[in-house]
Write a protein that binds this ligand. Structure first.
Ligand SMILES: [Mn+2]
Length: 367
């Protein structure tokens, strides 16, 4: 596995590249041009700027997260074609500087959803929290106010300008069923996957977070059968997934190690993190350690290891520790510790397998 770390860009992240540099084993940054309006082509000069910054720190820029999808594409409106044309141009521009993987999602209106960004844990740290009953009984506008008015940074997926026409968007989605959303996704993939293939790019859809319907909006990238269906929409190595243990892990029915085994050839990018599920459907993001949450991080890494995984991995959201001021979920400390936990498991797997092989060889030599 190749370790990478999400960075929101110069002047847009509390974490600096020279800090990331000091985390063991990180080879690249996961980045995006967060200020480009959704649907516009990413200008090549702006892309080159990030590459330059990464180069100066010896990081690669192989993984982009996210190039977001314009709502007109998800809604299947006639205007989608112009946004798809821009998307294709962005794929080509990114390929021209060596990008290999583009993460995106196909969630209507909202990106990831939480009800509290800084919920206090017993140890005094804070983490992002999802209260199921609150979402079920809440006007989505309230949630938008709470999340998009974060004083420090705009939150990706919750940019105020993207959400200002929210009422219209909700109206538009009333006519879109899950099957319509599948069709609109297929239309998009049939257009862009050939361009990705021709440019050496793997597209990697991120599962819906959380993986169930919220506010009456359709959601489809939620489960093993649905991911299987997704991969068959366009059967190409360039049509892959970002397997996020955190998003999928909020649903106890999702067997993530089994998904790793089944989808391994179509996982160019993995998000690995833990969370604690409660019986009432609430969940909170925890440290990466298996014991601290409901997701078996060891078994997930073992599944990747057993399948000879060589793709990109990043620690996903972490807690906010030691009074750090950071983007919700994207502090330096807990993600850095998460990486060391992932490496610890990985190195042990590697060592124990090698030692088993050596023992077998020794036995053979004895004869
Ligand atoms: Mn994720």
């Amino acid at each position: 596995m190749e370790m990478v770390f999400r960075w929101f860009g110069s002047g847009n992240d509390a974490v600096q590249l020279d800090q990331i540099k000091q985390i063991p084993g990180v080879e690249g940054i996961v980045w995006a041009l967060h200020d480009i309006p959704v649907g516009d082509e990413w200008p090549i000069n702006r892309i080159a700027e990030v590459k330059q910054q990464a180069d100066e720190h010896g990081f690669h820029i192989d993984v982009v997260e996210s190039v977001n999808i314009h709502e007109d594409i998800k809604l299947g409106l006639p205007t989608r074609d112009k946004y798809i044309a821009n998307y294709k141009a962005t794929i080509k521009n990114l390929a021209s500087v060596g990008v290999k993987v583009i993460c995106y999602n196909f969630m209507p209106v909202f990106d990831w959803t939480r009800t509290e960004l800084y919920k206090k844990l017993d140890d005094g740290s804070t983490a992002m929290f999802y209260e199921k009953a609150k979402v079920e009984n809440m006007d989505p506008m309230e949630l938008v106010d709470e999340i998009s008015n974060n004083p420090d940074f705009t939150i990706p997926g919750w940019e105020p300008e993207r959400l200002k026409s929210l009422a219209n968007l909700f109206g538009a989605y009333q006519k879109v069923s899950e099957e319509d959303l599948w069709n609109n996704l297929k239309y998009f993939l049939e257009e862009i996957i050939p361009v990705a293939e021709a440019n050496g790019i793997k597209m990697a859809i991120h599962p819906d977070d959380p993986p169930w319907k919220i506010f009456g909006l359709p959601r489809i990238i939620t489960s093993q059968p649905n991911i299987r269906r997704f991969l068959q929409l366009v059967d190409s190595p360039s049509n892959g997934i970002t397997l996020c243990s955190g998003s999928l892990g909020t649903d106890p029915n999702n067997d993530i190690p089994d998904m790793v085994h089944e989808f391994i050839d179509r996982i160019p990018f993995a998000h690995i993190r833990n969370l604690k599920r409660y019986d009432n459907g609430d969940f909170i993001e925890t440290s990466h350690r298996t014991k601290d949450g409901s997701v078996d991080i060891y078994e997930i890494l073992k599944a990747y290891y057993d399948n000879g995984f060589t793709g990109y991995v990043r620690p996903d959201h972490g807690r906010h520790l030691w009074n750090e001021k950071c983007r919700p979920g994207y502090g330096l400390y807990d993600r850095a510790m998460g990486i060391m936990y992932l490496w610890g498991i990985w190195d042990s797997l590697e060592r124990s397998v090698n030692e088993k092989e050596l023992a077998v060889l020794d036995k053979k030599l004895d004869y």
